[in-house]
Design a protein around this ligand. Sequence first.
Ligand SMILES: [Fe+2]
Length: 295
Amino acid sequence: MSVFVLAHLSDPHIPPLAEPRPAELIGKRITGYLNWKLRRGAHHRRDILDRLAADLLAQAPDHVAVTGDLANLSLPVEFDDGRAFLARLGDGKRVSVIPGNHDAYVRATNGTYLGAWREYLAGDAAQTAPFPYLRRRGPVALIGLSSAVPTLPFFASGRLGSDQLDRLAIVLARLQEERCFRVILIHHAPAGPRSWLKRLEDAPGFRDTVALYGADLVLSGHDHIAAVNEIAGFERPIPVVQVPSASAAPGDPRGGAAYNLYRIEGAPGFWSCEMESRGFSPDGKIVSLRKKKLM
Ligand SMILES: [Fe+2]
């Protein structure tokens, strides 16, 4: 029985921060820039991200899912950097991406990722709206969502919107009959505790949709923590998995950089999935951190 290995990393916040031109320091970028200079910048390191990516590639996964926040301030150059980072992981057949709130940081450049990262978020078939996209790889159906919307300074909340939720229901209803292994990618985790300022506004609507039609795994980022929560599914609870930032320095209070591997095997309707987390130990080595059977 062959095993399909899906890798999952998130929130690389690709360092170092590009130096914005004065004209680019508009609106929310001003507070974001100061926040990076005073606090965040010390937590995200390029050498850490590079070593983590190299370790991930050495595991030779069948596919890589990147759940958003490649950028920091959504400066135009950050979308080029994001594309270069994705290209290092592989081509669009092997890598899928969704946007995070930092990729939709300001209205001026919102949606730039759609062009810059097209290869990595285009659905298999032509579709009228970019999200949800559906990409089939081996036994896996990847359903990519966008919860990334520009917000006021100090807010990092997300929203899918009723139209996207309606389209998600249609996609999940179709997949229900196939019984393939359904993986939903969404930057803002639809389960687990977080501050009101960072919440997914329509998490109840998402959970209702998934409870009705089912899915097998939900992958998220956003909080920069390692977590496994559950939401109700059609046949059984669905794990909602988060990983720390892929560039977080070892010893970061929210967790040093890490990524997950999901080993998926079985047959339609009878899937098993084991998760392995690999990342930085406090002494700066990349090791296997834990294994957990998800189903
Ligand atoms: Fe983030």
